[in-house]
Design a binder for this molecule. Structure first.
Ligand SMILES: [Mg+2]
Length: 267
């Protein structure tokens, strides 16, 4: 396989945009790689792929095919269907999660096979009570869409930190003593579904992300090449964590990455 045939696996938040702000060189970068296979993936289970495509279009990117947008909610549905075809579930989280699960399974808060915890509103005393009873009395398995403890968001123009999937599943873990299966990055399942969508193997992929601890770690474990862009969680000049694998490219922006990939014969 030639370097010119590499496929791109792209994280979005902190790579292409921050909230409603498009990041430096992001639109031009997508144009530069348009002849390469590519797929977008996100640990965020809240928005369904169509809404993510709407957002990309609104921000000035060419609208991607919805099949090329893989969320942790979809990867969760895909994994549950593989574990137990026709699964029954109890979901805690915003609507995008339920929409994804409903495609492959059936909501059942009395006899669920899986208690699935996502992000966004949904966790309260009642849903926690239902979930822990399903786990403790019906032996339902605990599943979390993603392990992120916090999520950056914007409210009324101000940066705000929201609880992530890892924080929202914590009360279920405390009450049941069970460990959940985590679907999103750095676990392999989200990447596996993304690769299946475009028909590639890890050694044919470059993963581009902004977080060393999730985007880069997960991709390196699978054998992908990796590019860190320091436009999100990780800032330019910040020392790279010594205990994590080093990315193949470590750049300040997608503009810089495009130049480096061109010099390396990838673009
Ligand atoms: Mg990100």
């Amino acid at each position: 396989m030639s370097e010119k045939d590499l496929a791109f696996v792209l994280d979005m938040d902190g790579v292409l945009y921050h909230g409603e702000q498009v990041l430096d060189g992001a639109v031009a970068f997508m144009e530069r790689i348009s002849a390469h296979s590519h797929v977008f993936l996100t640990n965020n289970p809240v928005l369904p792929p169509g809404r993510v495509a709407d957002r990309l279009e609104r921000l000035g990117f060419p609208r991607p095919d919805e099949r090329l947008i893989v969320t942790s909610a979809e990867a969760t549905a895909w994994w549950l269907a593989r574990e137990k075809p026709g699964f029954r579930y109890f979901a805690v989280g915003a609507n995008g999660l339920d929409a994804a699960l409903r495609e492959q399974g059936r909501a059942d808060d009395a006899n669920a096979d899986f208690v699935v915890v996502g992000e966004g509103p949904g966790l309260d005393f009642e849903s926690l009570t239902t979930g822990i009873n399903l786990v403790l009395k019906k032996d339902a398995r605990l599943v979390a869409t993603n392990p992120d403890t916090t999520v950056d968001a914007t409210r009324d123009g101000q940066h705000v930190v929201l609880p992530g999937g890892g924080a929202l599943v914590a009360p279920f873990m405390a009450a049941t003593g069970r460990q959940p299966v985590f679907i999103g990055k750095p676990g392999a399942l989200l990447y596996e579904l993304a690769m299946a969508r475009i028909g590639v193997e890890p050694n044919q992929c470059v993963m581009i992300g902004d977080r060393p601890d999730t985007d880069i770690v997960g991709a390196v474990r699978l054998g992908m090449r990796t590019g860190l862009v320091r436009t999100g969680r990780f800032a330019p000049g910040e020392e790279y964590p010594a205990d994590l694998p080093t990315p193949d490219w470590d750049v300040g922006s997608l503009r810089e990455l495009a130049d480096e990939l061109e010099a390396a014969g990838v673009l």
